[in-house]
Every structure is written in C-alpha cells, then in structure tokens.
Design a protein around this ligand. Structure first.
Ligand SMILES: Nc1ncnc2c1ncn2[C@@H]1O[C@H](COP(=O)(O)OP(=O)(O)OP(=O)(O)O)[C@@H](O)[C@H]1O
Length: 354
C-alpha cells in the first residue's frame, strides 16, 4: 500500500493562489506535519486532501487511486480541528461513538471500541462525563478519540492544539506523537508551531507562500535548513558571517564562559566567529576573569542587557558587535547582571551556515 500521494496540487480562491504546485507523499503509518506561517496555504492543502476544497490542478490519490470523484465522506479520512467541535448534548462516550454509529457498528462492539479509544487517549473512565465539564485539553483528547474511532486510513489534523496554553500544548503534542504511533494512523498534521511539528511528526513539510520549500525529518531540517527564511522560521537567529554569508544561531549556540572584569570590548569580535568550522571560538572555554584579547583571536565578547531564568537555566541577552542582541545560556555562572561584560563560546554544533 502506498499511502497518500499529492502531485502538482494547486488551490486557488477567486484568482488568488493559496497552494502552488505542491508534491507530497505520506507513507502508510507515517505522520507528516505541514509547517508554515499563517496564510502560507497549509489548511488549503489539507482541505484539498480531505476533498473539502477543489483542486485547480494536480491530483490527490490514496494507494494509487485518484480521489477526484470521491466525495469527502467516502474517502475514509478522519478530520480533527482546532476546536474539537464536540456534540454538547452527548456525553464523552456518545461523542467517541458517533462515527461508529454512522458506520452502523453494533452496540457491543461500539462500547468496546470507545473503551479502547478512551484508554488510548488517557481518559479511561470518562465515558459518562458531559463534555461541558471537561477541560480544553480533555476535550481535544475526546475529539482525537472520536476521529480515530472509525479507524480512518488517513487522519487530517488542522492546528488541533492551537487553542490550548503552551504547557498543555507541549504535553499533548508529545502524547499525540505516542497515540498516533500506537494507533498506527497515517496522519497529516497542520501547525504553525515548529516545536509542535518536530514533536509530533516523522517528517515535516515547510510551506511558504503556497509552496513546499523543504521536506525532511526534524533532525534533517534542523541540521540543514533550506535557506535563511526557513532557518529563522525554525527558530535560528540569522546573523552575518565574516565571509559575507549568513549563519543561523540555534538557541544553545552561545554560552557565557566568563564575566570580564572592568574594561571595554576591545574591537569588533563577532566577525571572528566564523561559524561551524571555527574551532578557535569553540575551544575558548575556561578563563573567567580576564580582559578580552584583541580582535582576531576568535573570542566573542559582549555586554549583558538582560538576565532571565527559563526552565531551570539562567539565560542572558547579550549585545554583540555586528550581531546585535542575542540570547546565550549561562549555565554555571553564579553572579551575572545587566551591564556586565561577558565572554562567550560559540558551539559549532548549534550553528548552521546559510
Ligand atoms: N475560502 C477562502 N476564500 C478566499 N481566500 C481564502 C480562503 N481560504 C483561504 N484563503 C486565502 O488563501 C491563503 C492560504 O490560506 P490558508 O488558510 O490555507 O493558510 P494557512 O497556512 O492554513 O493559514 P492559517 O494558519 O492562518 O490558517 C490565504 O491568503 C488566505 O487568505
């Protein structure tokens, strides 16, 4: 079985092109995320796969069979949206059983399947709860159970977590990863959040202005973003490199290795950090209280403008010559404050050349 195949897909609205010539395959059992900023065409592509939006050109096929003339409800695809759109007058079990009733599954079998699904989504025992008494996260778990119940051959999820707050979103994204794998459900997952895409998906398709600009596993995308825009969208800070090109600094790329006593920054230093191959900068850990050397020795020095604390680590914002304000981690530096002059290490593993 070959799964989903999208070829040359174009979606237009009154002359505006929302999806421009997209090719995308999703293998059976695979979870692929469509990732991109608002308005880039993710939902339009998802809706075209569902059959909710007509294709202006191209084709959508499942297991090699063109779905052009197959209406939405006959595609065997499940749908889940940001707002789970639960039936308020039904309890949790009634919601999960909905698709099974439509498919005329016998009552006893329905009950077993509902129990199994609630167990899978972490809501065992919730069968009789009115949905209005559930938290937002629980409601989305019910919505997920409901869309998985009829065993869709493809599950289409459109920003299923975006109405939830961040910590809940992170936890549910990781649960979703496990649930979709355990259910073995082939899935296409729309999100504008790179962390969510990386957590949930096997492969991520980055979209921009209607086009698919890069497709790869989270590790592949992170290791080699297609261009500066993709890098920035994935969370890299794009800065100029000394060769006239650009570098992407990952969130852990800069580490404070010491506070410089007194003195001012002696010459521009940012252009001495050449990037991943600049081992001189990387090796420069250690000494903590000496004046910066002159430009050319591969050291980075900058002035702290703000100090924060995030997930158990001290982070600082440092103003660097040529690179402006950048975030750096400051593990193990006890006393550090705004105004301090600090020396930093550039970790080559956290930097990409663009
Ligand atoms: N029904 C419609 N009629 C006209 N234009 C539309 C319609 N739906 C979407 N568009 C336009 O098509 C483009 C792509 O929209 P789409 O919703 O697919 O993007 P998206 O990446 O999913 O964005 P978001 O995350 O904000 O939903 C946008 O410019 C949007 O304004």
């Amino acid at each position: 079985m070959s799964g989903l195949s999208v070829a040359g897909a174009v979606v237009t609205y009154a002359g505006t092109t929302a999806v421009a010539d997209v090719d995308l395959d999703v293998a059976v059992g695979e979870v692929v995320a469509l990732l991109g900023p608002s308005g880039c065409g993710k939902s339009s592509l998802l809706r075209a796969v569902a059959g909710l939006e007509p294709l202006t050109a191209g084709r959508v096929a499942w297991d090699g069979a063109d779905l052009r003339d197959v209406p939405v409800h006959r595609r065997g695809f499940g749908l889940m949206f940001q707002d789970g759109q639960l039936f308020a007058h039904r309890d949790v079990a009634g919601n999960v059983a909905y698709g099974l009733e439509m498919a005329r599954i016998p009552a006893a079998e329905r009950r077993d399947r509902v129990d199994e699904l609630l167990e899978l989504v972490g809501l065992a025992g919730y069968q009789r709860r009115p949905v209005a008494t559930l938290s937002g996260g629980e409601q989305q778990r019910v919505a997920l159970a409901r869309s998985l119940a009829p065993r869709p051959r493809l599950l289409l999820l459109d920003e299923p977590l975006s109405a939830l707050d961040r910590s809940l979103r992170e936890r549910l994204a990781s649960d979703l990863h496990d649930i979709l794998r355990r259910a073995g459900t082939t899935s296409l997952y729309v999100t504008h959040d790179h962390d969510e895409a990386f957590t949930v998906a096997d492969r991520v398709a980055v979209m921009r202005a209607g086009e698919l600009v890069q497709l790869g596993s989270p590790a592949e995308l992170w290791a080699a973003p297609a261009d500066a825009d993709v890098a920035a969208f994935l969370g890299y800070r794009v800065v100029p490199a000394r060769d006239g090109g650009r570098l992407g600094l990952g969130p852990q790329a800069l580490e404070v290795v010491g506070v410089v006593a007194g003195d001012s920054v002696d010459g521009a230093v940012a252009d001495d950090a050449g990037g991943p191959d600049d081992r001189a900068a990387a090796d420069d850990a250690g000494a903590s209280a000496e004046a910066p050397r002159s430009a050319g020795d591969g050291r980075l020095t900058g002035r702290v403008t703000a100090v924060g604390f995030s997930r158990g680590r001290t982070t600082v914002t440092v103003d660097l010559p040529d690179w402006g304000e950048q975030r750096a981690v400051a593990a193990g530096i006890a006393a550090i404050g705004a105004g301090d002059l600090v020396r930093l290490r550039l970790d080559p593993a956290g930097v990409v050349e663009l």
